[in-house]
Design a protein around this ligand. Structure first.
Ligand code: C5P
Length: 276
């Protein structure tokens, strides 16, 4: 597909309404997003952000109006910021509606790649460390993306390569390097907005058209641990996971740090939790 064709196809999708996009055939329904096929555009998929919140392998669940729109806008901002660095290839093409993004179609590499800048969350639980314990340099943990098996971490890089045959050794090296580099870029981008990135999770895929390994999925308060760099206020899903505060207030705070127009993102949406 040449650039003119690519741009024409994107423009056609950009002209569609949310309702039309939500009518595209469903390929996969995840906890936080639906993935839809683009009829006639096999190189693309549409990602639809849901208002669902889940934690601990979906044992804890909630619905919050506006969460999908906020996460979609935040992830768009982060993907566009990463693209501007010209270092990290991503599947992201553009945002199509308040809750839809257009992505390149990829074969998902079923790994969860976590990069930690300090000890937090499950790392503290596993090793009995105080949250905030510093690391000499960022640490990468790679696990199998499989909820039923609780996303088990690999103890050795060779396991996914030789036994599970999920990817080649060269692809594994690329994924490690992309994760390290994307963490570095995102740490800088967040800091420019007075946010500290404590840790995050990446997912990767192989582009169907070129075979290139690219960053897929989303980057926002669902997938990153983030705090206000000055006040320490939490801006991520830990507010929901551990009942630390109002998760939507944290996400609104995150969007405001990034100078996004929160009123426009949440226009017409009542974000108050419904009484139990
Ligand atoms: O819970 P844990 O400390 O292992 O999480 C590390 C980072 O990975 C956190 O930023 C969390 O939001 C993210 N994560 C995720 N999806 C998972 C597991 C972790 O986005 N399934």
């Amino acid at each position: 597909m040449d650039w003119d064709q690519f741009n024409q196809r994107v423009a056609r999708l950009q002209a569609m309404s949310s309702t039309e996009l939500s009518g595209f055939p469903l390929m996969h329904e995840g906890k936080a997003k639906r993935v839809r096929e683009c009829p006639e555009d096999r190189d693309f998929i549409v990602m639809e952000f849901k208002d669902s919140l889940t934690a601990f392998d979906a044992i804890k669940k909630a619905e919050r109006s506006g969460k999908g729109a906020l996460n979609c806008a935040i992830s768009t901002f982060m993907m566009e910021s990463l693209r501007a660095t010209n270092i990290i290839p991503t599947a992201f093409i553009c945002q199509l509606s308040p809750t839809h993004q257009l992505m390149r179609r990829c074969k998902v590499v079923p790994l969860e790649v976590i990069v930690r800048n300090e000890a937090q969350g499950s790392f503290c639980k596993r090793y009995g460390l105080e949250p905030g314990t510093p690391f000499p340099s960022p640490l990468t943990e790679i696990g199998l993306k499989n909820d039923a098996l609780h996303d088990p971490f690999f103890t050795n890089d060779d396991i996914p390569i030789d036994i599970l045959q999920l990817l080649t050794e060269a692809e594994m090296r690329i994924i490690r390097e992309l994760a390290r580099s994307a963490n570095h870029q995102l740490t800088e981008i967040f800091l420019q907005h007075r946010i500290r990135l404590l840790d995050l999770k990446f997912e990767f895929g192989r582009r169907y058209d070129t075979g290139q390994i690219v960053l897929i999925d989303e980057i926002n308060g669902d997938t990153c641990r983030l705090v206000d760099a000055i006040t320490g206020e939490k801006l991520d899903k830990d507010n929901f996971r551990f009942d630390l505060g109002d998760v939507m207030a944290g996400y609104v705070g995150l969007a405001r740090h990034l100078l996004l127009d929160v009123d426009a993102i949440l226009k017409g949406i009542d974000t108050q939790p419904s009484p139990a």
